[in-house]
Ligand binder design. Sequence first.
Ligand SMILES: Cc1ncc(COP(=O)(O)O)c(C=O)c1O
Length: 395
Amino acid sequence: MRGESMQTHVKEETWHFETIAIHKGQDPDPATGAVIVPIYQTSTYVQESLGKHKGFEYSRTSNPTRKALEECLAGLEKGDFGLAFSSGMAAAATTMNLFSQGDHLIVSDDVYGGTFRLFQRVLTRYGLSFSFVDARDIKNAEKALQKNTKGIWIETPTNPLLKIADLKSFADFARANNLISICDNTFASPYFQNPLEFGFDLVLHSTTKYLGGHSDVVGGGVVTRRQDLYETLKFHQNAVGGIPGPFDAWLVLRGIKTLALRMERHEKNALQIARMLEGHPVVQRVNYPGLESHPQHALAKKQMRGFGGMISFELKGGIHSARTLLEKTRLFSLAESLGGVESLIEHPATMTHASLPPEVRAQLGISDGLIRISVGIEHVEDLLQDLQKALAFVG
Ligand SMILES: Cc1ncc(COP(=O)(O)O)c(C=O)c1O
């Protein structure tokens, strides 16, 4: 394992996703033969003489465990360069260092609440400006274009309403207008969707979610095929310092090994649960891109290989019904976050999306009766029963 500050362009063209997840960047340890990449819990590295070292000088700049994760992330997203961060928000904040005072970005309107907060309450103070648009229609982005627009930032499927943006149209629009295009791919995971393949410049993840997969680590990642963007981001990763520690990088790497298997089960369970919810009398509407009733099901089918494990649904009876359901489930734990092996349930209006102003939530359709679930990989019969029992108390 060498540690040059720039990653080598390694591409195992023939490896499938599952093989990349287990092997990319993860050769047996050259020092000991350890099959699993060790946790290189060190802040610094001995130098033989001035400037003569094995490629690692200081762990903010580069660390062998983090490097293995970065190469693996690049492989999963079909990119050439990966960078790992201490959280999804650290990945987002460092990515935003690509922009400068006076720049404007077009952003899909129901991005994760924390992303909205970073843009509106932190970065506007540094002279950046943002237009939030309904990204279901590319025309809304075209209308928001300004002379100083430098980037687009989208999520698809969105959180929590599972709206879909057309990846190809957005990538083409960005290229035609010389904009840096960024897609937060946390919800879909790289197993089901690869935005770089549609022409996006950067793909971002909260690795806290499906990649880590076990709700035991907070992390983030960014992948690109563009060397220029990679070099600028690598500079900022080191300059700003939002890096994961070696143990956290190792936990994400371990989670990734089973990503394919987990995603298959998340999706299988989610589809059955979405169908049950759709037929339930106290449920007004179900948002899941895998349902034929989803208004953008055809687009989701075109650009995703599967629909993931996230569902949101609207209960009849607003906050009263929501509270009852949230109190009555047993297997679905009331908690923020998503993408772990265990099923979670939450209330976006007061939890994950509480950082959005109430008028913005209302405009987006994040009502008091909206529930979001992250469907885990438990046995589906147990999950169905848990929800059905709790729904019986509603209404
Ligand atoms: C879609 C999405 N992006 C980014 C983030 C932020 O990631 P983190 O919590 O790892 O900082 C989250 C967290 O919930 C998310 O759901």
